[in-house]
Design a protein around this ligand. Sequence first.
Ligand SMILES: [Zn+2]
Length: 89
Amino acid sequence: MIQSTILPTQCWCGIQFAIPEELKRRHDEDGYAIYCPLGHSCVRKESEAQKLRKELDGTKLALSTSELEKAYYRRKLERCEKKKTHKKK
Ligand SMILES: [Zn+2]
């Protein structure tokens, strides 16, 4: 089970990537350095609206993650059920 929320963030070069909420919080509050996949240092430069939109996107992402998890466990359960029926025969 994934506990931490993953928040999408964007580098000045245009690359979008996601970082854990805790890391994002440190970045916002303490200026903790984060780097994009290309190695650029990400400088925080966003308005309150952008921030809120990112939070919303993060929530959406978290929701879709739990949907994926559900689908994964459903498939796993189905496989187990199939195995059981197979054994009975
Ligand atoms: Zn970059």
